[in-house]
Ligand binder design. Structure first.
Ligand SMILES: [Zn+2]
Length: 134
């Protein structure tokens, strides 16, 4: 089960998720398997991260994303709705790319602005976690 969950307000998430922000979870891609019969089309957008974003070709919803952060280490970006109702789903911990938000959000979560800070808030825990294993 992923441990990191957050909201991303970047313009690509707004486009792919067809909403003001994405709600997603992060996990080591090695712990995730995608059913081979899934009809997912992957697309790579330039900014903010060269993430392979998979969208279901039937319902057009985001299904899965992958990002290689260092050689041999890939992260899986899992839309939170895909685990709706699962008892162990983590709570969202922060907002990233908040500077490109479509609207202000009224909650107590940290709101990270700026490209570098947002990327570190997203990926930092994984760099730390993998450092000793490379
Ligand atoms: Zn985003």
């Amino acid at each position: 089960m992923p441990t990191q969950r957050m909201y991303c307000h970047c313009s690509i998430c707004q486009l792919v998720y067809d909403g003001p922000y994405s709600d997603f979870m992060l996990a080591n891609a090695k712990t995730v398997s995608v059913n081979p019969v899934s009809k997912i089309h992957y697309n790579r957008y330039k900014k903010p991260l060269a993430l392979d974003r998979g969208v279901c070709t039937e319902c057009q919803k985001p299904a899965m994303g992958f990002l290689q952060i260092v050689p041999g280490v890939r992260l899986a970006f899992i839309p939170a709705y895909t685990l709706n109702g699962h008892k162990d789903i983590p709570e969202p911990s922060r907002h990233i790319w908040y500077h490109s938000r479509a609207a202000d959000i009224e909650d107590d979560l940290p709101k990270i602005e700026g490209k570098m800070r947002s990327n570190m808030a997203c990926l930092g825990p994984f760099y730390k976690g993998f450092r000793g294993k490379l």
